[in-house]
Ligand binder design. Structure first.
Ligand SMILES: *Cc1c(COP(=O)(O)O)cnc(C)c1O
Length: 723
């Protein structure tokens, strides 16, 4: 383990949990306290104990073991092969954890406002958080000395349902931390370790939870402490609270509190990685330490800068949060005082033009200014970010890019992984960024690949049937109508997915752009297809909610009748089923606002083909034979670009996608389609896996910070050695 703090507390949790299990399967409690089982497949053991309860617990192993019936546990403990497999999984995990990195005093601190680790833990909203989760998982796999730092939101991100008119209703549910694989970090007296951050002159106390993501610890700060005032306990209640003062308070806890927490745990980070501007107060806390130790502010900031790197994640204004001078000065005055600055001087750091008092205080601006490097998340985004921040990029402030990637074992369906295990060898994921790894992809037969594609679609369709029937019934829908409608959604039909946060630039509305044409296509008959839509509109985004409502209203049109479904409450669980089961994954961002996008990568590695605007990652990822790309750089972005892009989607669908999907040989296999599926898996799993991403970060961003402490380095070098 890279850091010991809290490790004993987690172990105690596991030992307590083990005490309620039959002795032969007590090892399940050890497995339960590390999220790693969610990507190694060892979590199948829990499912085998009681599949129904496993699902009820949203695949959260700690809650599952607390709730599983004594009879189910006893039954499992009486099966010798099961006991042997539990023991083997515990031994494998122990060996993996022991293989380093050993205790590293100076890890990289990866600081982010959201982490998407698992569907049972709603501490993420979308792509940013899931990317952060994938980075931790990959760092664990590679043995990179890294620790995550974030906030534990008592209610997490909102959940979504639609009322009978299709209007989005948001609601929140509390996490019960004790039912999750986490533990409070305690001090030498066994009391919860806490740190305090002054907010508007009042010290706010946070406690620290530890979660283990394989070999990488994630520390989440939580202000829901009895000592705090009720209003302050609420600061960490919700991710992306609407109240702006509460937002700044969260960023203070994340940035300042995060660094203080690391100190309290004896960690002196070699490098602080700010994953998006929310974390940008962290380097100022580093500077404050130096000021407290006697340094002047300028040299304190210069030293902090040398230890900080920054990743910006979006060119969209809402994602580059700014605050008025008034808002910011109310909440940042304690920090200014601690830094020996006037509030006005502190605010200067968050402006493109420091002297322009009319400019708001921006977190991205602050991040760029307080970091030694800034990177965007795709080649295109690097270009866009350089233009966007041009006025600040003097001398040693440059913007580069590291294109995002996805953690393959998290996002690739197990059926597909098993196919690769056989064809590529069981270690393929250790060498995923190496082109040689994927040569053996050609040894998988078309029939086997098609068989897996069919299975994945069938699973999605079954899930659609279940979810849409339950949702319809709970909206007071007619049972007979619902039953007939779900039967129209057919597991042999080409299935198109569109699922993402419903931000305006993602242009969900294009799907309904020319409704008559879309309806005519849907009822066309010869080449049937169906569409699954999912996504959450921001609670204050009424335009987004109206788009959802309009699509929802169309569903009862006779020509649609069950062929278009909207699934509520898009999250990591639903995303995994969707990206695996859809045949085509549609993304229609307004160029060039899609910084990267990652859901299309998840789709492609499952053999689901992208049909997307050439923006973000797809501009790099599209090879011409691994999906469909259109629009983007070099195409006319003026006039009614929405209408043109909508037309182009329909054209590609009718002229290319549908004929190819339904062109079958005498064995019923769509050969040309499968060739594309194969190309998509090989190219995207290699070029857009988290392994490649983290190798890029290590080489071009982290630099010397990763040179030590790392024992196991998969990838090119190692692969060559084997040959
Ligand atoms: C991968 C993922 C995202 C990011 O998707 P993009 O549309 O590519 O930005 C968002 N939400 C969930 C639940 C995801 O799994």
């Amino acid at each position: 383990m890279t850091v010991e703090a809290g490790a004993a507390d987690l172990r105690r949790g596991a030992v307590d949990l083990a005490a309620r299990l039959p002795e032969p399967v007590a090892g399940l409690a050890i497995l339960a306290y590390n999220y790693r089982t969610s990507w190694t497949g060892a979590d199948a053991l829990f499912q085998e104990v009681d599949a129904r309860r496993w699902e009820l617990c949203r695949a959260n192993p700690v809650r599952f073991l607390q709730e599983a019936s004594t009879s189910a546990l006893r039954r499992a403990a009486s099966i010798p092969q099961f006991v042997t497999r539990v023991e083997a999984a515990v031994a494998e995990q122990d060996a993996h954890l022991a293989a380093g990195p050993s205790s590293v005093a100076r890890p990289i601190a990866f600081v982010c406002a959201e982490f998407g680790i698992h569907r049972s833990l709603r501490t993420y909203a979308g792509g940013l958080g899931i990317l952060a989760g994938d980075i931790l998982k990959e760092a664990s796999d590679q043995g990179l000395p890294l620790v995550g730092v974030g906030l534990l939101y008592g209610q997490g991100y909102f959940r979504q349902r639609l009322d009978h008119s299709g209007w989005q209703i948001e609601y929140w549910t509390w996490h019960d931390a004790e039912l999750h694989p986490m533990a409070l970090v305690t001090d030498t007296h066994g009391d919860p370790l806490t740190v305090t951050v002054p907010i508007r002159g009042i010290p706010v106390t946070v406690r620290i939870w530890r979660l283990d993501v394989g070999r990488v610890p994630l520390f989440l700060l939580d202000a829901d402490v009895a000592r705090n005032r009720r209003v302050d306990r609420w600061i960490t209640a919700r991710l992306y609270v609407a109240d702006r003062a509460a937002r700044i308070a969260q960023y203070l806890l994340l940035g300042r509190g995060g660094i203080k927490a690391l100190r309290a745990m004896g960690v002196d980070p070699a490098l602080v990685h700010l994953n998006e501007g929310h974390a940008a107060l962290a380097p100022l806390e580093l500077a404050r330490e130096a000021v407290a130790a006697g340094a002047d502010f300028e040299s304190a900031l210069a030293a902090a800068r040398e230890r900080t790197v920054f990743t910006t994640h979006t060119p969209v204004a809402a994602g580059n949060e700014t605050f008025s001078g008034h808002e910011a000065s109310l909440l940042l005055s304690d920090l200014a005082t601690d830094l020996g600055l006037s509030t006005g001087d502190l605010l200067r750091l968050g402006r493109v033009h420091p002297d322009d008092g009319s400019e708001p205080f921006g977190l991205t601006q602050l991040g760029i200014r307080t970091s030694r490097s800034t990177n965007g998340v795709s080649r295109r985004h690097g270009i866009v970010a350089r233009e966007m921040w041009h006025d600040m990029l003097t001398g040693n402030n440059a913007v580069t890019h590291v294109t995002n990637g996805v953690h393959l074992r998290t996002w690739m369906a197990r059926e597909m992984q098993r196919l690769l295990d056989v064809a590529l060898g069981p270690d393929w994921h250790l060498h995923a960024s190496d082109p040689h790894t994927w040569e053996a992809l050609n040894s998988i037969s078309d029939a086997d690949l098609w068989e897996v594609r069919q299975q994945l679609r069938a699973r999605l369709v079954a899930d659609v049937h279940d979810r849409s029937t339950i949702a319809g019934l709970s909206r007071g829908g007619n049972a007979e109508y619902l039953e007939a409608a779900v039967r129209t959604f057919d597991d042999r039909h080409l299935t198109i997915g569109f699922a993402r946060r419903l931000a305006t630039y993602k242009r969900l509305h294009l799907l309904a752009h020319n409704v008559d044409r879309a309806l005519a296509l849907l009822s066309g008959g010869a080449h049937p297809f169906q569409i699954v839509i999912a996504g959450k509109a921001h609670p204050r985004d009424d335009a987004g909610k109206r788009t959802v409502q309009r699509l929802f209203e169309q569903r009862t049109a006779p020509s649609v009748a069950g062929r278009v479904v909207f699934l509520e409450d898009y999250d990591m669980g639903l995303a995994a089923t969707l990206v695996a089961g859809c045949d085509v994954w549609v993304n229609l961002p307004q160029f060039p606002l899609e910084a990267s996008g990652t859901s299309g990568m998840k789709a492609a590695v499952n053999g689901s083909l992208n049909l997307s605007i050439r923006d973000g990652w797809w501009e790099e990822g599209w090879t011409g034979d691994n999906g469909w790309g259109f629009g983007g750089a070099g195409t006319d972005q003026g006039g009614d670009v929405d209408a043109r892009d909508a037309d182009e989607v329909y054209r590609i669908l009718v002229d290319e996608v549908l004929p190819m999907f339904y062109e079958r040989d005498s064995n019923g296999i769509p050969r040309r389609w499968i060739a594309m599926v194969r190309a998509a898996i090989g190219s995207v799993a290699m070029g857009f896996c988290a392994q490649r991403m983290l190798q890029d970060y290590s080489r071009s961003v982290y630099g010397a910070a990763t040179a030590s402490g790392r024992r196991h380095r998969p990838g090119r070098g190692r692969r060559r050695e084997r040959r």
